[in-house]
Design a protein around this ligand. Sequence first.
Ligand code: SF4
Length: 235
Amino acid sequence: MNKDQIFEFFRRLAETNPSPETELEYGNVYQLLVAVTLSAQATDVGVNKATRALFAKVKTPAEMLELGEEGLKQHIKTIGLFNSKAKNVIAMAEILVREHGGEVPADRDLLTALPGVGRKTANVVLNCAFGAETFAVDTHIFRVGNRTGLAKGKTPLAVEKQLEKKVPQPFRVGSHHWMILHGRYVCKARSPECWRCEVVDLCGFRGKILEKGAKPATKPATRGAGARKAKEKKA
Ligand code: SF4
């Protein structure tokens, strides 16, 4: 995609959703940090179900310490990896109280120094809570970036670097949300809904599904390795 096409790509996504927000529910920056930490390998819907009752009780790191690890586990036991997540959230609360006066730091290095907080989580918090121009590459952004040709890369960090370079103003803060929502609801992993995609003419994906109900093109691997194996068997 060239510069004009990238601008048009985001202009159209922005038009359909001018004020994008994360689908995670939270009431303050600390709750956002906890919710994003819990959302690793879990759905936003699942996290929201668990955090509604938790966040009614716990609004600060000090309150999280009062609740304690066992109390936290009772709230989040429906979320995958809840044991290790509970450990991390409690250790994180201790550091926030001890070293940051109970506040969430607006700094990537300080955030990633917290237990359970990786680069992606830090980028989400910096973007959603502090309005930073960060690009948190999750599975959806990784797929949309590579498929469309907008930001190609073999690793999330490589895609993030491409987005940093290519996403123009005034879309830099919102691009993270637009790409996630686009990946989640239109450019889906198994069957992208290209037939109703607002950026279909800009997208460089070769396997577009242009008719509702049509099957995705067979992956080359099944025609390559698979076919070779079948041939060998016959022989
Ligand atoms: S045309 Fe298809 S592959 Fe391209 S962005 Fe849209 S849904 Fe995704």
